[in-house]
Ligand binder design. Structure first.
Ligand SMILES: [Zn+2]
Length: 301
């Protein structure tokens, strides 16, 4: 099967990359993929991952709830409850930081966030590569959602807000994507990135079982330091960071499932890990399971 092997760090271009550990695709195929670290800048990434044209089958699972919108089971019900809280938080964030009303959401999935933004008065567009999710967003909410190639046809300075909620870690052409995002943003536009944080409390607790490694769908595993370094390279700067501590509950529950813990242990420990992570992330951002980065163009860059 065609695979992509990385020999140089995508962020700093160093060839000094070292194998860290193996992670398993618990979600779908049970295949193993190596995780590497860059010795120079500390960037962590999945290596030898399936190329863009073959990775589709790794997304084929009825459990992929951001696409299937299933409400069955405790984990899915928890996900839907947390999603309502997060939708409100996301909408509040764009209201706080946007300087105009043209919004593009990349990886818009089933369209819930775009719809929430539309209800707040934004003119919204979405990009989603999965045709089932795309059609759901179009049919359920009447949204304007395009396929993935649309990104490359967008003119410079087209949007006031561009959002990627847990999407950048899936995108193969990392530097090209960030460069394009910088280009399509207006001069005072805002880029909002939500990313898993592998330095978080729950990530350290679960190590190779941490559900947000999610190989081979997650190619890049960011920390606040490495995402900042990547953004600076493309004349972008982080102006604020917010924790997403509630993610730890969901990620911990999945991680316990992957460890095959028994029922009581699974929910007890996942809840405890989520709770400790939640309180720690209140005092220190780097403990948070996921982080939201508010990014602007760096005119001095
Ligand atoms: Zn590096």
């Amino acid at each position: 099967m065609p695979q992509t092997t990385i020999n140089n760090c995508p962020i700093c271009n160093s060839s000094d990359i070292i194998y860290a550990f193996n992670a398993v695709d618990y979600f779908s195929t049970k295949e193993t993929f190596p995780i590497y670290d860059c010795s120079n800048c500390g960037f962590r990434f999945t290596n030898n991952f399936p190329s863009n044209d073959t990775i589709g089958r790794y997304y084929d699972s009825p459990d992929y709830i951001s696409h299937s919108d299933s409400k069955k089971g405790v984990v899915n019900r928890l996900f839907h409850f947390l999603r309502e809280i997060m939708l409100k938080k996301k909408a509040n964030l764009i209201s706080k930081y946007s300087t105009g009303d043209r919004l593009l959401d990349i990886g818009s999935g089933t369209g819930y966030f775009l719809n929430a933004a539309k209800e707040r008065g934004y003119s919204v567009w979405g990009i989603e590569k999965d045709s089932k999710a795309r059609n759901f967003a179009i049919d359920a909410f009447g949204l304007d959602v395009k396929g993935e190639d649309f990104l490359w046809n967008i003119n410079s300075n087209s949007f006031d807000v561009v959002t990627l909620w847990h999407v950048l870690e899936h995108m193969e052409n990392l530097n090209e994507v960030i460069g394009k995002l910088s280009d399509i943003l207006n001069k005072d536009g805002t880029l909002i990135l939500a990313l898993p944080n592998y330095l978080s409390y729950d990530a350290r607790r679960y190590k190779e079982y941490w559900a947000a490694y999610d190989v081979p769908r997650h190619l890049w595993h960011f920390s606040p330091v490495t995402i900042e370094r990547l953004l600076i390279k493309h004349r972008l700067k982080i102006i604020n960071i917010f924790p997403m501590p509630l993610d730890a509950f969901y990620i911990s529950m999945l991680s316990e499932k992957y460890k095959k813990s028994n029922f009581l242990l699974k929910y007890g420990r996942a809840f405890l890990t989520g709770l400790i992570g939640y309180f720690r992330s209140l005092s220190q951002l780097t403990h948070s399971s996921s982080l939201i980065y508010i990014v602007k163009k760096n005119e001095l860059g």
